[in-house]
Each structure stands twice: as structure tokens, then as C-alpha cells.
Design a binder for this molecule. Structure first.
Ligand SMILES: O=C(O)c1ccc2cc(-c3ccc[nH]3)cc(-c3cccc4ccccc34)c2n1
Length: 349
């Protein structure tokens, strides 16, 4: 009797789906009829920018669908569809990262030069990130046509793209490069930036995709999921800001530069909330400056304001509140939320 291979959800099997999707996109008649240099360019835009991250957002869709179905593993027909939508989230992230790196004048991304920094690319990258966004809807059409949730998924990706762009708008106008206007650095504005720029696409989108594939249509279920997942996403970014300053570069895989980069981070917004007039003058004089002495002045001020303890208190409070809300909600199996919660809390220092 032929042994039915059961699918195991790993980075390798998820990458297999990337190769399927890339081949489908390369087979598109428009691409096929290009001269070879243009075909090669398009393939390089995908291969250079889409895979290469940790792929957690994309891989979460499968786990959410399996958790809602109460299944250990998904049936074969569901595996490709779930992973195709998961890859749409990775394509969305690639589109925003290529665009954001141009706007921020970044040098490297995921340990390699930013796409626009390539000699041959430059501002062609602006057309490339548009193509990356277009791929999302080509993939949805290919893999969701005929599914009752096809329209809902289209609306979901359009809405989250709109929200994420508003998050970037707020971030860019609150912390314009080189100009430090600390009056705009309030925790309220900070929370809005991280909600729209990070939480929607990183936490709400993967779960909402799994919910659509599971056939959930109740708007209250999506509202409950949104409420919990946006709080999770805000915690995730606040923790990221904390680790940028207090994390071990070996573990977080980069050396933090938020202070030098004038970033509107949870640390600086919390510091400003508690700083005396004299301490605010120190921040005005040294935040956003790249010289080590200025960075040292800011870190010394963070110590005086005991921001580490403030973060730990927020972390404990946030984890307790989220755990309770997850236990209380009846919209979905708790595993949908707890599997994400357990992966984003307490990455060792
Ligand atoms: O690009 C990625 O996939 C990526 C990059 C860095 C990451 C860091 C942590 C991190 C843990 C502690 C402190 N930090 C957790 C996740 C993560 C893991 C699992 C699911 C997720 C869903 C949405 C967003 C993130 C994640 C992570 N994912």
C-alpha cells in the first residue's frame, strides 16, 4: 500500500512552496515574453528580497489553520493554500522593507546590502517594490480563486497594506531623519506607529488568513482576534526596542543603533515621560547623535530613569493581561494565540 507522505511544517517545506510560487510567477505570460535580461531581473528581485528572513509570519498561517481545525497536520489540499497565503505575508514584508530602506537610507538588510544599494539597482528599486506588491494579488488569484474566502483575503491584504503605509507615514513624519522634534515623541504616538506599522501585518494578518481558510465568517471573531493580536504586536515591538539597547548583540543578531538613528522608540518616549527639565535638555542635546559620548549620555540617563525595570514591569503586566484575555475568549482555540505568545516572549538577552 503506497505510504501517504504526511507533511511536516518546517522552514524547508515552507521554502519548497516559495519555489512553487516563484515558478508560477515566472511562468506568467508577461514575464515569459520578456527578453531574458528582464526575466532574470524579475527573478532576482524575488530571490534577493522575499526569502532571507526568519519566515515566522508566513509560517504562522499553517499553524493557525491547524490549531483552529484541532489537527496535528493539515490535509494536503490545505497545505499549499495555507503556505501560499503565508508567503503573501512575506511578499508584503519584502515590499515594505525594500521601500522603507530607500526612505530610511539604510545600508544593509538581513545581513546583505539593501536592494536599492546594489550598483545596478538604485531607484529602479521603486518599481521593484511595486512588482513585489503586485505578486501578492497574483498569488491570491492563483491559489484562492473559487474559495469562499477569496474576496475576504483580497480585502484583508489591501486593508493591511493601507494600515502599514499609515504606520510608515506616522513614523516618517514623527521622526524625520536628522531633525529631532522631541515634542512629538509621546507614548500615544509611539503606540499608533507600532500598531499600524508592525502589529497589523505581523500578528493580525497571519491569524486572519488562517481564520479565512478555516471558514470563520463571524465579524466578532475577527474583532476579538484583532484586539488580542494588536496588543501582542505592540509588546513585540516594545521588546524589540528594549533589546536594541539592552539585548546581547550576539543573540539579537545586530548591534542596536536606535539612539544614533533618532528612532521614536519605547525607551525614548518613556524616558521623556519621566524626565525632569534638565534631563530633557540632555536628551535634546544628545539623542540622534552618532558620537559614542552622546550615546553614553543617553544610556546613562536611561539607567537613572531605571528604564530596564520599567520594561520588566510592562512585560510582566502585558504577558499576564494577554494570557487572561486569551483564556477568557471563546472565539477560537487558545492554541491559536498561545503558540504565538510563547514564541515572542523572553528571547534570551
Ligand atoms: O522575521 C521573522 O520571522 C522574525 C524576526 C525576528 C523575530 C524575533 C522574535 C523574538 C522573540 C523574542 C524576542 N524577539 C520572534 C519572532 C517571531 C517568532 C514566531 C512568530 C512570529 C510572528 C510574528 C512576528 C515575529 C515572530 C521573530 N520573527
Amino acid at each position: 500500500k503506497r505510504q501517504r507522505s504526511t507533511y511536516t511544517h518546517t522552514r524547508e517545506s515552507f521554502m519548497d512552496v516559495y519555489n512553487i510560487l516563484r515558478e508560477e510567477l515566472m511562468k506568467d505570460p508577461v514575464v515569459q515574453s520578456h527578453p531574458s535580461h528582464a526575466k532574470e531581473w524579475f527573478q532576482e528581485v524575488l530571490d534577493y528580497n522575499v526569502p532571507g528572513g526568519k519566515l515566522n509570519r508566513g509560517m504562522a498561517v499553517y499553524d493557525v489553520l491547524a490549531a483552529i481545525k484541532g489537527a496535528e497536520a493539515l490535509a494536503e489540499a490545505d497545505v499549499l493554500q495555507a503556505n501560499a497565503l503565508g508567503w503573501c505575508i512575506e511578499w508584503l514584508q519584502a515590499f515594505f522593507l525594500v521601500a522603507d530602506d530607500i526612505m530610511d537610507g539604510s545600508i544593509t538588510r538581513r545581513g546583505q546590502p539593501c536592494w536599492y544599494k546594489q550598483e545596478k539597482v538604485g531607484m529602479i528599486a521603486c518599481n521593484d517594490y511595486i512588482l513585489l506588491e503586485c505578486c501578492i494579488f497574483k498569488i491570491i488569484k492563483q491559489h484562492m480563486a473559487g474559495h469562499p474566502g477569496y474576496l475576504k483575503v483580497m480585502e484583508l491584504f489591501h486593508e493591511v497594506t493601507y494600515q502599514t503605509a499609515h504606520g510608515q507615514l506616522l513614523d516618517l513624519t514623527t521622526a524625520p531623519q536628522g531633525r529631532v522634534d522631541l515634542s512629538k515623541y509621546t507614548l500615544d504616538t509611539y503606540m499608533r506607529i507600532v500598531t499600524y506599522k508592525t502589529a497589523y501585518y505581523s500578528f493580525y494578518l497571519p491569524v486572519a488568513c488562517g481564520m479565512v481558510l478555516a471558514g470563520i465568517t463571524d465579524p466578532q471573531a475577527y474583532a476579538t482576534a484583532e484586539d488580542i493580536l494588536l496588543d501582542m504586536g505592540r509588546y513585540f515591538q516594545i521588546q524589540d526596542d528594549y533589546l536594541d539597547c539592552y539585548g546581547d548583540p550576539e543573540v539579537i543578531g545586530k548591534i542596536g543603533t536606535d539612539i544614533e538613528d533618532n528612532k521614536c522608540s519605547w525607551l525614548i518616549c518613556t524616558a521623556l515621560q519621566h524626565a525632569s527639565q534638565e534631563q530633557q535638555d540632555i536628551i535634546k542635546a544628545h539623542y540622534g547623535a552618532s558620537d559614542p559620548a552622546s550615546v553614553a549620555h543617553i544610556k546613562e540617563l536611561y539607567e537613572k530613569l531605571d528604564l530596564e525595570a520599567k520594561f520588566k514591569a510592562y512585560e510582566a503586566q502585558s504577558y499576564a493581561t494577554l494570557s487572561q484575555r486569551i483564556a477568557e475568549q471563546t472565539a477560537m482555540p487558545r492554541l491559536v494565540f498561545t503558540s504565538l505568545l510563547d514564541k515572542i516572549y523572553k528571547r534570551c538577552k
